[in-house]
Design a protein around this ligand. Structure first.
Ligand code: SAM
Length: 219
């Protein structure tokens, strides 16, 4: 009798799960403490980022939580060559620059939209980091394939259906120990599958902001 009741309850729960699947809610980024500038150059970069936020001069940019993660990971890996796919108006690029002025590295960033690329150039200039950045205008699917550099950190933040193609193009260029970062990973299950199924890679998910996959090329 008891066994039958347990089976019955089990069936009810299983059917309930199918008929009334749990609703997914969009999570707000967790609280963020703005970083304190360590140098005058960094102060200038932070001021431009702040200005961009206040004047709505960003477009689909990472929240500061993810920006700070980009900076921390770039600095921690002492990255010399960073590439970014999806510049927009330069907000995440400035986070990279705040690390690169410390590591002595360089950012190559790709943007297909001319107006946003022009705004990004202006922001890099205002922040005094134009020498740290090469902005390549055009379709990143074509442009990334032309790269010949050894990449320490790659950041994928452009067209979502293109994530796996970008991954396949940057992987051979990544140094072992390098990091591939990808934004809004909840929106790209095929990318999550690709990085988690590859035995040469190890991936964690940083969820303080909008979902950043952090993938280590192990070998
Ligand atoms: C989410 S926004 C990037 C935000 C930026 N990383 C930031 O946090 O400030 C995506 C950008 O990718 C660009 N994009 C989309 N498809 C592209 C492609 N095929 N090649 C280059 N850029 C592309 C869009 O024009 C857009 O500006």
């Amino acid at each position: 009798m008891m066994n039958r009741m347990i089976t019955f309850i089990g069936i009810l729960l299983a059917v309930g799960g199918v008929v009334f699947p749990q609703e997914r809610t969009v999570r707000d980024p967790l609280p963020f403490n703005p970083p304190v500038a360590r140098t005058e150059a960094e102060k200038k970069i932070l001021a431009v980022m702040d200005h961009m936020m206040k004047l709505n001069q960003t477009y689909l940019s990472v929240p500061p939580q993810d920006g700070e993660a980009l900076r921390l990971l770039t600095e921690a890996t002492d990255a010399k060559n960073v590439i970014e796919i999806g510049t927009s108006t330069g907000y995440s690029g400035l986070w990279f620059c705040s690390a690169l002025q410390k590591t002595g590295g360089h950012l190559t960033t790709f943007e297909i939209d001319h107006e946003r690329a022009s705004m990004a150039r202006g922001h890099f200039q205002d922040a005094g980091v134009e020498n740290l950045v090469t902005l390549v205008e055009g379709d990143a699917h074509e442009q990334v394939a032309k790269l010949k550099i050894r990449i320490d950190v790659a950041f994928i933040d452009a067209d979502k259906p293109g994530y796996v193609d970008y991954l396949n193009k940057v992987l051979p260029l990544m140094r072992p120990g390098g990091l591939i970062l990808a934004h809004n990973v909840d929106m790209v299950p095929d990318y999550v599958k690709a990085v988690t199924a590859n035995p040469d890679l190890e991936t964690i998910f940083f969820m303080q902001g909008r979902g950043l996959a952090v993938t280590l090329r192990k070998r």
